[in-house]
Ligand binder design. Structure first.
Ligand SMILES: [Zn+2]
Length: 68
């Protein structure tokens, strides 16, 4: 019997697929998910959000002088 080298799930688990390193598909999916999560540039997102807020504040203000 073969076991996942990371989580030790046996290859008798239904639908278990192992890659060349002996890692099961569940561990691989988990690794990809974490990679995606840590790949987010939160600082860039924060400045993008700040810019959007500034834009909304500027555009949302009643100009006051356009009533004629
Ligand atoms: Zn695994």
């Amino acid at each position: 019997m073969k076991y996942c080298t990371e989580c030790l799930v046996p290859d008798t688990k239904p639908h278990a697929v192992f890659d060349a390193r002996g890692v099961c598909s569940t561990c691989e999916a988990h690794r990809l998910k974490n990679q995606w999560l840590t790949g987010i540039d939160w600082k860039a997102r924060a400045s993008e959000f700040g810019a959007a807020v500034q834009e909304a504040k500027t555009d949302g203000k009643p100009s006051g002088g356009s009533r004629s």
